[in-house]
Design a protein. Structure first.
Length: 191
């Protein structure tokens, strides 16, 4: 099989999943189109690591939530997309796309670490696409260059409220999991 990223033909979901398995690489799948996953900066990777550590600590006594890192694929059925958020939290048990063990369909909370190449998409179209998932309740955008989080919480079906939290000594309230996230922990060894 040709490297999917080098081809302009349309792929089926099964071909996409097989290409990932064969290559060992991460690709995003957009309704027949396959795009290569981008590499990340050291700061980006540290933030993701710190988020997962913080979430694991928050959930150590609250077993109904589970956090996954950037290698965990999610599936957006309405758009026929497979994406890799930087971190994702599910409530209770992860549900997967029918016949696809790797792709979660019930994310509750999604984190995206912003970069210059992805910020516009993460703040705009990707957020709209994520909103198509009924279980999705909270979206957190994390800046790399400053201690700042933008949190979006779904209060009703089509009503989202946003909050910005900034400063290393601040805490952000994650409403979907009823927990406080310390920015000093998120930005450990970053700022």
């Amino acid at each position: 099989m040709t490297t999917p990223a080098a081809s302009t033909r349309k792929y089926t979901p099964a071909e996409y999943l097989e290409a990932e398995r064969q290559s060992g690489e991460k690709y995003a799948y957009y309704n027949g189109t396959i795009e290569p996953g981008a590499g990340a900066s050291i700061s980006h990777n540290r933030i993701v690591r710190n988020l997962l550590t913080s979430l694991s600590n928050l959930f150590s006594k609250e077993e109904r939530f589970e956090a996954f890192g950037s290698d965990q694929k999610i599936y957006l059925p309405r758009y026929n997309y497979y994406l890799y958020p930087d971190a994702v939290v599910v409530a209770e048990t992860p549900e997967v796309a029918e016949g696809v063990v790797e792709a979660i369909v019930n994310p509750l909370l999604i984190f995206e670490v912003l970069s210059p190449s992805s910020e516009k998409y993460d703040r705009g179209e990707k957020f709209v696409e994520y909103q198509s998932i009924p279980s999705f309740k909270e979206y957190v955008l994390v800046r790399q260059d400053a201690a700042e989080l933008t949190l979006f919480f779904r209060e009703q079906q089509d009503l989202w409220r946003s909050t910005e939290v900034s400063g290393l000594y601040s805490q952000a309230r994650l409403r979907s999991v009823d927990a406080m996230l310390a920015l000093a922990d998120v930005y450990f060894k970053v700022l």
